[in-house]
Design a protein around this ligand. Structure first.
Ligand code: PMT
Length: 398
């Protein structure tokens, strides 16, 4: 279940080319379980029509301050009254300026002024408009008034220029909005983690790897960053987008992963090993492709460094969380692993439950015993792990 399930979002759409992204955003918000009410400015309606937003949201679209459809004729007050947030995406330079100075001459600006719910804007404008002094000052003013700003991003612009000012993609706005509602239980913490499989090269075209997709680790990285942590994600080779706000370091082999973890550790409060790290690697690497022959062949293997055990054994060890993927006897094997590596917390899962797929069933093991979490999508499981972790960290702090 998404953080947005059951939330009422008023989505303001102002007049910029990025208004087309707002249409996709409405679809994504609906898919995440949110109820969306679109307020379209006159400029916004020049880019995307009200019909599009009405069809996608399943709700009437509002544009006119004097709209008689609201029984008391107070759309500017009533629309925002029981909303969880007002999100303006795209927010043009002009809209931000009017917001900064308290202008209230259309439905959206009036709604933003007459509200007691959080207000978020996702700016969208040309690079020079973004960098212009008045825009800088207006952004400082709205931030000072408690308005949250998502983005913008950098890249190609509709005007042909390249630079800052692009509205975040619809998926990124959605991810930011989900994060907005997550309690900041890991604020001020630095989390270093591993995720995905490792690849131990045999020759230039072959190697030893496993079926980890990285989904559990990436979901956990997203949950940590949404809970307010600074996150460094040391990742094996996976085909997943990097969660917004997470710093990803690519590391294909166990040895590369170990080096990247050691480099990222200074200042870390928490280390989480989600990666399925190969326990062994080929003793030697063949610089050229090994040729086929009729002879039987074997590949000598040597043990890889155990990254988690090494981090947990450090004198300055952060709070270490291990994972254990087992094919049977989960409780016995997981708890034995936790004790052997001296971990305060270990997340156990069966390979058949969690490896590769979108869902997982996990059991958390700590000094208090076993704590099963219900089977769910990996994003929900990740939030459950973060809640448990944050409670343990808070208890340690006293
Ligand atoms: O990626 P997905 O498809 O979403 O699947 C998720 C997952 C099943 C891979 C994940 O939930 C999980 O269980 N990860 C740990 C898998 C594993 O290899 O466990 P292990 O029992 O071999 O290792 C125990 C712990 O030591 C793990 O935290 C592992 O990251 C760490 N380890 C292991 C070996 C090694 N050389 N270095 C390590 O750091």
């Amino acid at each position: 279940m998404s953080e947005l399930q059951g939330r009422k979002i008023v989505l303001g759409v102002t007049g910029g080319i990025a208004a087309y992204k707002a249409a996709e955003l409405v679809r994504l918000l609906g898919k995440a379980g949110a109820e969306v009410h679109v307020v379209l400015t006159e400029g916004g309606a020049r880019f995307v029509t009200a019909v599009t937003f009405q069809a996608l949201s399943g709700n009437p679209v509002w544009s006119d301050l004097w709209d008689p459809r609201m029984a008391n004729n107070m759309a500017h007050i009533d629309l925002g009254r029981d909303a969880d947030a007002i999100l303006v995406a795209p927010a043009t330079a002009d809209f931000i300026a009017r917001l900064a100075h308290g202008l209230a001459d259309d439905l959206l600006t009036t709604l933003c002024l007459a509200r007691d719910v959080p207000l978020i804007v996702a700016p969208a404008m040309n690079r020079q408009m973004w960098e212009a002094g008045p825009t800088r000052r207006n952004l400082a003013l709205i931030r000072g008034d408690g308005v949250t700003v998502f983005g913008p991003g950098a890249g190609d612009q509709a005007c042909g220029e390249v630079g800052m000012g692009r509205m975040l993609e619809a998926e990124e706005v959605l991810e930011s909005l989900e994060g907005f509602f997550v309690p900041k239980s890991l604020a001020g913490r630095k989390v270093v983690m591993t995720a995905g499989p490792t690849f131990e090269a045999i020759d230039p075209v072959r190697g030893i790897t496993n079926i980890s997709s990285g989904k559990m680790g990436y979901a956990l990285a997203r949950a940590c960053v949404q809970a307010g942590a600074e996150v460094v994600l040391v990742s094996g080779d996976v085909a997943l987008p990097v969660p917004l706000g997470v710093r990803r370091v690519a590391a294909a082999s166990a040895q590369a992963m170990r080096t990247a973890v050691v480099d990222a550790l200074p200042g870390a409060d928490v280390f989480i090993g989600v990666a399925a790290v190969a326990d062994y690697r080929p003793a030697s690497y063949a610089a050229h492709k090994i040729k086929k022959s009729d002879e039987e062949m074997s590949i000598p293997l040597v043990p890889n460094p155990d990254i988690l055990a090494e981090v947990a054994a450090r004198a300055d060890a952060p709070f270490c969380v291990g994972f254990a993927a087992e094919s049977r006897n989960l409780d016995d094997y997981a708890e034995t692993k936790r004790r052997r590596k001296k971990l305060p917390l270990l997340v156990g899962n069966l390979v058949s439950d969690g490896m590769g797929g979108d869902e997982n069933s996990v059991v958390l093991f700590d000094d208090e015993g076993r704590h099963p979490l219900p089977r769910a999508g990996k994003a929900v499981v990740a939030r459950g792990i973060v809640n448990h972790l944050a409670a343990m960290l808070a208890a340690r702090r006293g």
